[in-house]
Design a protein around this ligand. Sequence first.
Ligand SMILES: NC(=O)c1ccc[n+]([C@@H]2O[C@H](COP(=O)([O-])OP(=O)(O)OC[C@H]3O[C@@H](n4cnc5c(N)ncnc54)[C@H](O)[C@@H]3O)[C@@H](O)[C@H]2O)c1
Length: 352
Amino acid sequence: MAAGNELIYALPKKHDYGIGIIGAGGIVNAAHLPAYRKAGLNVVAICDINETAVGLTAKRWEISDYYTDYRKLLARTDIHIIDIAIPNEGRVEIVREAVATGKHVLIQKPFAYKHEQALEMVQLARAAGVKLAVNQNARFAPFYNVTKQIIDSGVLGELYLITHEMRINQDAVMGDTWFAKVPHFLIVDYDIHHIDLMRFWSGMTPERVFTSTTRMPGQNFASDMIALTTMEFANGLRGSLMTVDTTQSDDHFWRFTIEGTKGSLYGSIEDNYKFPKIKYSSKDKPDQWISPYIKGDWFSDAFYGTMFELMNAIQEDREPSISGKDNINTLNTMHSIIRSIEEKQVVAVMDC
Ligand SMILES: NC(=O)c1ccc[n+]([C@@H]2O[C@H](COP(=O)([O-])OP(=O)(O)OC[C@H]3O[C@@H](n4cnc5c(N)ncnc54)[C@H](O)[C@@H]3O)[C@@H](O)[C@H]2O)c1
């Protein structure tokens, strides 16, 4: 773990962009604002339709200006980046108006439930000449990001199998929130992280998917909360996701394995986000495992990671690695998974 306030990602050369946040809910308070404070970023104002929530959040994080109408936030010329962290409804309108004022946008996952909405937001940003990044923060969660660096170093060779397993229980703690009513919640809201990770790690979008889901008798969520997904990639790579969000045990964990032609990597986060561990070995020395020290935590280091990536993309005038355009492939995979569940068959992932 990173000690104290040590940043695990390098501060962008310019990092004093004025940030305006839309949404003062759970994730903004738990992760966005702690991350931005740790990185010393310039949060200028915040907006939420819930006056109590936005007032309390502004007070807690010492943000001098807050609004209940996002247009007041968009009207400010000292805000350069809009950080959207609201549920799906209303996002397209906000993005349309934000990019029209020349502001760049970071938007929470899932980028959009509907393909047309995602496409429209990408086109709006492109036409306005601003950057649009999707807050797929798992890519910047330290244990997942270090794994990507190990893959990219070539030490594992060509990848042919990736597995990811998660066991937690949001059904117990979020059963009375709006999340519990979202159709296919487990896929669109949680597995979207793992779907995107598979693309991040492999550098590819799967060609075909098959997903089977089930539910715990008596569970709270409308959505099935157990999902088993198989992914087929072009070059023989296979991926597997096992996501269980109803476990009745108190042993909550994330575990993943990666097999390549030159080596193997095993990763785990045990006991409720604690003890992240990665180890890998090569076929030349299969008994010698290397365990890199993993600095930092998903909450909140990953959340300045995504913001830094957007800031770097702005000043280098390039697409963010987490661009809306790239994310359309993550959404296509998500939609194919939903079709697979509904039609009980293997589904080809739409190419674009
Ligand atoms: N790891 C992660 O990246 C992560 C974790 C949790 C949530 N999320 C995502 O973040 C988003 C928000 O989740 P949350 O847990 O903070 O939800 P939440 O319900 O706690 O907060 C959402 C807030 O948005 C406000 N809001 C809704 N519509 C608005 C609008 N048009 N204008 C201004 N404010 C509006 C609501 O009043 C509420 O305060 C969701 O898309 C969720 O999937 C991401």
